[in-house]
Design a protein around this ligand. Structure first.
Ligand SMILES: Nc1ncnc2c1ncn2[C@@H]1O[C@H](COP(=O)(O)OP(=O)(O)OP(=O)(O)O)[C@@H](O)[C@H]1O
Ligand SMILES: O=c1ccn([C@@H]2O[C@H](COP(=O)(O)O)[C@@H](O)[C@H]2O)c(=O)[nH]1
Length: 244
């Protein structure tokens, strides 16, 4: 088991896929998946890594899909953001069952349910060893939780944004659609943007490029992958600015 000395990063922003939370079901939240994630997050907290979390909402609602089905787009996006709040509350529950202290903040005020987002308080909680879950995305329609994760990661001065998803990295094309796609170990934001590689939304990529925030994309259901990354292993794909 790695110790505090083995960790390469002090503070991370971990973006978890909402879609993965439903496990083998077509919709909703599988508590077994949450418990597994809580265990892996607990390993990081155990070696002193400060963990900020953003969870997607794709297991419940996405504005674009609701819009395609006939709803107003902004209403759909509001529903998508509320879905991320539900996922965040479920994750807090799983973390607390594993005795990991956590606080959920929301970009949309929800008095009596959870705290409104406050950057300085979030940093203080992270420094105190609490997991801080940033919910309700950016609070604005037409964005995604990828952008929210990069935004919060930059705001709380994380060392790295980690995107935990269904695929094990960034490929030359969507590997779910093109079996001949090849995986990158490392690439620059310029390449992601110019080749329009779709693993993360391009707004998020632009934000990270501008603020020099590295992003690592990796497979969420690979046991131990998270700890491997924190201790410096080459899991998934690293996206960063080209050295000058
Ligand atoms: N070039 C590419 N390399 C890797 N994956 C790609 C690429 N282009 C598209 N993808 C797709 O992007 C998906 C990941 O992005 P997406 O944000 O949709 O999923 P997610 O992490 O599950 O998010 P959510 O939280 O919304 O459920 C992968 O499952 C993959 O199929
Ligand atoms: O800043 C944001 C973040 C999210 N949304 C809406 O929520 C859903 C769910 O998020 P995913 O990133 O797709 O998992 C998203 O599709 C948007 O509809 C938002 O409006 N603003």
């Amino acid at each position: 088991m790695p110790s505090a000395r083995d960790k390469k990063y002090k503070r991370i922003l971990l973006k978890l896929s909402g879609e993965q939370l439903m496990g083998d079901e077509g919709f909703g939240i599988d508590p077994k998946v949450l418990d597994k994630m809580a265990l892996e997050i607990g390993q990081l907290v155990g070696i002193g890594v400060q963990v900020g979390l953003v969870i997607g909402g794709g297991n419940l609602f996405r504005g674009a899909a609701l819009n395609a089905a006939g709803l107003d787009r902004v209403t759909g996006d509001h529903m998508g953001m509320l879905a991320t709040v539900m996922n965040a509350l479920a994750m807090r529950d799983a973390l607390e069952r594993s005795n990991i202290n956590s606080t959920v903040m929301s970009a949309i005020p929800m008095s009596g349910v959870l705290e409104h987002y406050d950057r300085r308080r979030a940093i203080r909680l992270l420094e105190a060893g609490e997991v801080v879950i940033f919910s309700a995305g950016t609070g604005n329609p037409f964005f995604t939780t990828d952008s929210a994760a990069c935004l919060r990661g930059i705001e709380v001065e994380a060392d790295l944004v980690l995107k935990a998803t269904k695929v094990d990295g960034v490929y030359t094309a969507d590997p779910m659609k093109d079996p001949s796609a090849e995986k990158y170990d490392r690439l620059s934001f310029d390449e992601v943007l110019s080749k329009k590689l779709g693993v993360m939304d391009l707004t998020a990529m632009c934000l990270c490029q501008e603020h020099g925030m590295p992003v690592r994309v990796f497979r969420m259901d690979k046991v131990g992958a998270l700890l491997n990354i924190i201790t410096g292993s080459n899991e998934g794909t690293l996206i960063e600015n080209d050295p000058e």
